[in-house]
Design a protein around this ligand. Structure first.
Ligand code: 5GP
Length: 176
């Protein structure tokens, strides 16, 4: 494993997730909410976030791919697996690990919108605002971060590092 510089500690992530869970629970009180996790990067974020949501929720996942083994977006988004159930008339919150260029989020919102949910919003753990030039609106955002390629807490580099329990930057990636 390469050396990793910590950007966000487990404690910082946990306390922010607690706040986000409270806010989501208040906003969707009395409604049926479906959390849609975007695989694979958001699995750990969704698992931890949903523990702080106190209203009844459904959980579903879909898979997308926009990066190969590179650290920059290919610009092409591809759905690799779809939801297991319809979302028509349901309140849907898409849970993404990170919004970089916003292309993935935009593609997903446009795709899911056609299935006629009662409402559709985006929740992201991280945003690199410098790159989100299209300004994809994020209803619930954990942290804004600088334009660096991050790993850990579900996020990979060349399929590794997802199990690192904090968010960090690989030492030789720091100048990206
Ligand atoms: P976007 O389409 O917004 O450019 O990129 C979104 C997806 O690219 C994220 O869901 C994530 O899978 C991947 N991604 C973007 N930035 C990073 C990063 O810094 N680290 C990792 N591991 N993945 C990233």
């Amino acid at each position: 494993m390469k050396r990793i510089a910590t950007m966000l500690s487990p404690e910082e992530i946990d306390s922010r997730l607690r706040e986000m869970g409270r806010e989501i629970s208040e906003d969707y009180a009395g409604r049926q909410l479906v959390l849609v996790g975007v695989l694979r990067g958001a699995y750990m974020f969704l698992a931890d976030l949903c523990r702080y949501i106190t209203i009844p929720i459904e959980v579903d996942f879909l898979g997308v791919q926009s990066y190969g083994d590179e650290t920059t977006s290919s610009g092409v988004v591809r759905m690799t697996s779809d939801l297991s159930r319809p979302i028509q008339d349901k309140h849907v919150l898409v849970v993404e690990d990170i919004v970089d260029t916003g292309l993935t989020a935009r593609y997903l919102i446009q795709n899911l919108e056609t299935r006629k949910p009662a409402s559709l919003a985006l929740c992201a753990l991280l945003e690199k605002p410098k790159n989100n030039v299209g300004g994809v609106p994020i209803r619930y955002l954990g942290f804004t971060i600088p334009d660096q390629f991050v790993i850990g807490y579900g996020m990979d580099y060349a399929s590794l590092y997802r199990n690192v329990p904090y968010i960090g930057v690989l030492e030789d990636q720091k100048e990206n």
